[in-house]
Design a protein around this ligand. Structure first.
Ligand SMILES: Cc1ncc(COP(=O)(O)O)c(C=O)c1O
Length: 481
C-alpha cells in the first residue's frame, strides 16, 4: 500500500525519513525539547512537523544510529570518504572545511567570488586569503571561470599556501575546469576545496556537470535546500581523507554545529539523497526538458540574451540554470523583479542587467511558463532604449589585502565619512545582496573603485548589506592607534 506521506517509497532507504515518519505516526509524549510538544494549540501550525533529531527522529541516546547510517549512505552516493548532513546550511559547511583544513596564520588561494560564509570561516581560523578572480563574459558582464593559470601564478607567488578554495558553479551557473584545478593543487601537495552550494544535483545526469569530488576535489559543500526538495538550511558536506584529516573534519563540523539539530531538516536532506539515488536521472532529465522549453520561449523576447547562448564555448555551464541578460531590452532586472514580485513570483537574483530564476525538479511546464510569461510581460512594461552592459562590482572588484581578515575583525575600529575611508583598512565586510559576495572584506584597503562600485549598485536599486551603515555615508575602518 502506498503511504501518502512517503509517496516515492523512500522510507525503506532513508533512515532519518523513516524515523521522522515513525515519530509522526506514533503517540509519544515527550518530556524533552522542543517546548511546543508537537501541539499546535498555542502558536498554531507554524511548529507543525518540527521533530528534533535527538528524542524524535532517533532516541536521545541515538539507539537507532539513524544519523550515522544516513551519513554513510550520503558519503557512499557522492563517492566521499566522509559525509555529513548539516542543518546549518552551506554556511556551516564552509566554516567546517576552513576549520578542518587550515591553521591560524595559513595562506590559502581563494576565489574572490566566495560567499561571505567562507570569508567568515577564514576570520574564525585566522587565515589570509590570496585572491584569484574569475574571467568576466563581455556580452553579459557575468563571471565565467577561474583560469587555472591564475591559481598557478598565485601558487608560484605563495608557495606555502595550504589549500585552494573555489566556488563552483558561480551564482550564474558557470564552472571552471575543476579537473585541471585539482591536478594543479595536488601537484603542490594541497587540497582543492569547492563550495558547490548551487550544484547539489551535479553528477546525477549525463548532461549536467560532474560534481566536484568526481572532478578530483578533496572536499565540497552543497546546499540541499537550494535546489533539491529539502528543507531550508539543509546542506551536505563531503571530503576525501587522503589530504584532509578525518578527525579534524569531525571536530570542525561539531564545533560549529548546533547541539539541537532539527530532525525534520535532516530527514528532508536524507529523503532528497534517497530520491536522487533512486530517481535522480529521470527527474533531472525532466528538469532539463522544461528548462530547454523555457529557453526556446525566452529566445523569442527581443533584446533578451541567455548567458549560455553567448558564452565562450569552452566554459563549462550548468544546463539547468538560466542566467538572463536584459540590458538589450532597456528594462532593468530590478524593475522586472518588482513587477514579478507584485505578481507573486520571487526571483533568486536580479540586478541592473541580469535576472536569474531558480528552477528545480519541483517545477513543471506550468510553473516555467508562468515565469516566462511574467518576465515577458514585465519587459514589455519597462521596455526602453537598449543600454550597454556594466559588470557588477561583485564580479570585478580588485581587492588589496593589507592585514588578515581576522586581525581586522578584532582590531579597534573607528567610523569615518566615506571620502575619508578611501585608503584606510576596512574593519567590515560589505556586500551587495544578492549575490552576497564581499566587495569590501575586513583587512582590505578601501579603494575609490570599491566605494564607487557599491554606490553604483545601490543607485541601481540593489541592497547593500552587512555594513554598519548601509547608506554607505560612513565606513568602519581599522583604527590607526
Ligand atoms: C556560493 C554560496 N556558498 C554558500 C552559501 C551559504 O549557503 P546557506 O544559505 O545554505 O548557508 C551561499 C548562499 O547563498 C552561496 O551562494
Amino acid at each position: 500500500m502506498t503511504d501518502s506521506r512517503d509517496p516515492k517509497g523512500l522510507r525503506k532507504d532513508a533512515p532519518l525519513l523513516d524515523g521522522w515518519l515513525d515519530f509522526r505516526a506514533g503517540d509519544a509524549v515527550s518530556f524533552g525539547t522542543p517546548g511546543h510538544k508537537q501541539r499546535l494549540d498555542l502558536v498554531g501550525a507554524v511548529v507543525d512537523g518540527d521533530v528534533p533529531l535527538y528524542g524524535g527522529v532517533d532516541t536521545i541516546r541515538q539507539r537507532a544510529g539513524a544519523m550515522a547510517e544516513a551519513d554513510r549512505k550520503l558519503a557512499r552516493l557522492w563517492g566521499a570518504d566522509w559525509g555529513r548532513i548539516s542543518v546549518g546550511g552551506s554556511t556551516h559547511g564552509n566554516q567546517t572545511l576552513v576549520l578542518a583544513i587550515c591553521r591560524p596564520g595559513d595562506e590559502v588561494i581563494v576565489t574572490r567570488t566566495l560567499h561571505r560564509s567562507l570569508l567568515l570561516g577564514m576570520v574564525l581560523v585566522g587565515v589570509t586569503p590570496v585572491w584569484v578572480s574569475p574571467e568576466v563574459d563581455p556580452a553579459t558582464g557575468l563571471p565565467t571561470r577561474v583560469p587555472v593559470e591564475s591559481v598557478e601564478r598565485a601558487l608560484a607567488e605563495h608557495p606555502a599556501a595550504k589549500a585552494v578554495f573555489l566556488v563552483e558553479p558561480t551564482y550564474v551557473g558557470t564552472l571552471s575546469d575543476l579537473a585541471a584545478h585539482a591536478k594543479l593543487a595536488h601537484a603542490h601537495g594541497i587540497p582543492l576545496v569547492v563550495d558547490q552550494a548551487w550544484g547539489a544535483y551535479f553528477g546525477f545526469h549525463p548532461d549536467l556537470p560532474r560534481h566536484a569530488l568526481q572532478s578530483g576535489a578533496d572536499a565540497m559543500v552543497t546546499s540541499a535546500h537550494k535546489t533539491l526538495p529539502a528543507y531550508t538550511q539543509s546542506a551536505l558536506v563531503f571530503a576525501r581523507t587522503e589530504r584532509i584529516d578525518r578527525d579534524r573534519l569531525e571536530r570542525a563540523f561539531e564545533a560549529t554545529a548546533t547541539t539541537s539539530p532539527s530532525g525534520t531538516i535532516a530527514a528532508s536532506a536524507d529523503a532528497a539523497r534517497a530520491l536522487l539515488e533512486s530517481d535522480g536521472e529521470r527527474l533531472l532529465g525532466n528538469l532539463l526538458a522544461i528548462i530547454d522549453h523555457a529557453r526556446e520561449r525566452l529566445r523569442k523576447i527581443s533584446g533578451l540574451v541567455l548567458l549560455g547562448d553567448v558564452i565562450d564555448r569552452s566554459v563549462i555551464v550548468d544546463r539547468a540554470k538560466l542566467a538572463i541578460n536584459v540590458s538589450g531590452t532597456g528594462a532593468t532586472g530590478l524593475a522586472i523583479e518588482d513587477h514579478m514580485v507584485a505578481d507573486e513570483m520571487a526571483i533568486e537574483l536580479a540586478d541592473r542587467d541580469t535576472v536569474v530564476p531558480i528552477i528545480t525538479m519541483n517545477d513543471d511546464l506550468a510553473s516555467v511558463d508562468r515565469f516566462v510569461d511574467g518576465i515577458g510581460e514585465a519587459i514589455e512594461r519597462e521596455r526602453s532604449t537598449p543600454r550597454s552592459v556594466r559588470p557588477s562590482i561583485s564580479w570585478t572588484v580588485e581587492p588589496k589585502v593589507v592585514i588578515s581578515p581576522r586581525d581586522a575583525f578584532f582590531a579597534p575600529h573607528v567610523t569615518v565619512p566615506a571620502d575619508e575611508a578611501i585608503g584606510r583598512v576596512s574593519a567590515e565586510l560589505v556586500a551587495p545582496y544578492p549575490p552576497g559576495i564581499p566587495v569590501l572584506a575586513p583587512g582590505e584597503r578601501i579603494t575609490s573603485e570599491a566605494v564607487e562600485g557599491l554606490r553604483q549598485v545601490m543607485a541601481d536599486g540593489t541592497q547593500v548589506r552587512y555594513a554598519a551603515d548601509c547608506t554607505l555615508a560612513t565606513f568602519q575602518v581599522v583604527s590607526d592607534r
